[in-house]
Ligand binder design. Structure first.
Ligand SMILES: C[S@@+](CC[C@H](N)C(=O)[O-])C[C@H]1O[C@@H](n2cnc3c(N)ncnc32)[C@H](O)[C@@H]1O
Length: 242
């Protein structure tokens, strides 16, 4: 039977089950909280959106900050179904309860400037077009709001060459095709974090934090970026005046 066989229970593939297990293990071990802390993320009293929320692992931490509004969106209803049940058990009644919506980048069902904080972790490898996706995330962000994203660099597949063999090669192939054609025909592209920072700057955000985990053969494995949406009319950094 193939790796991605369909399960009878909610049609979860083997990949979904492995991802959910790992995401909730990282949540228990405190890794997820540390990632948000490293980006200096503060959600208290804010309107917060997590795009590509998967099974809701980051939403569990964000709910503890007591945001005013907490919304998670994902293209995959299976993750949302699992998220609703897992989060229900972990989020205390006194914390902000997240709403989960089935939607996808680059078409979010929200008005311009709706959120103070938009997070989008490990979704960039899957979106059809990097600039289009980042522009949509910026569109729903208020002036002075924070965008936090993460994704994989060229070093990521090198960590898994031995274990997965074909998948890392598929990631490099997907990235080459995207670079040559501008189209993500296969999922799982890799990004150059500096290029992502340049796109952010071009669409009116300033990068406040850029972090990497360990490099493999000098190449970034996973990058995290925290950026602020500028008021492009007055060119002032709202954070600088606080
Ligand atoms: C690698 S998982 C990351 C989940 C979670 N953000 C985390 O960091 O653990 C990628 C998630 O993005 C979702 N996704 C992929 N393409 C998407 C798109 N175009 N719009 C919204 N979600 C998307 C997938 O369904 C999946 O839940």
């Amino acid at each position: 039977m193939g790796k991605y066989y369909i399960m009878a229970n909610n049609h979860l593939t083997q990949w979904h089950r492995a991802y959910i297990k790992n995401a909730y293990r990282e949540l228990e071990q405190g890794t997820t909280r540390k990632q948000l802390d490293a980006l200096n993320i503060k959600a208290t009293g804010k309107n917060v959106l997590d795009v590509g929320c998967g099974p809701g692992n980051h939403l569990v931490i964000l709910s503890k900050h007591s945001p005013k509004l907490l919304v998670g969106v994902d293209i995959d209803e299976r993750f949302l179904t699992i998220g609703r049940s897992r989060m229900g058990k972990l989020i205390r009644p006194s914390s902000t309860k997240p709403s989960l919506i089935n939607a996808s980048l680059p078409t979010l069902p929200f008005a311009d400037k709706s959120f103070d904080l938009v997070t989008c972790f490990l979704v960039m490898p899957h979106v059809p077009d990097d600039k289009e996706a980042l522009s949509e995330l910026a569109r729903v962000l208020k002036i002075g709001g924070t965008l936090a994203i993460s994704g994989h660099g060229l070093g990521f597949p090198l960590r898994y060459l031995k274990r997965f063999r074909i998948k890392p090669l598929q990631m490099y192939l997907a990235s080459i095709i995207y670079r040559l054609t501008g189209k993500k025909i296969i999922r799982n592209t890799l990004q150059n974090d500096k290029k992502i920072c340049r796109i952010l700057k071009n669409i009116g955000l300033t990068v406040d934090v850029l972090r990497h985990n360990k490099r493999v053969l000098g190449c970034v494995s996973t990058y995290w970026i925290g950026a602020t949406k500028m008021d492009t009319k007055s060119e002032t950094n709202p954070k600088a005046t606080q």
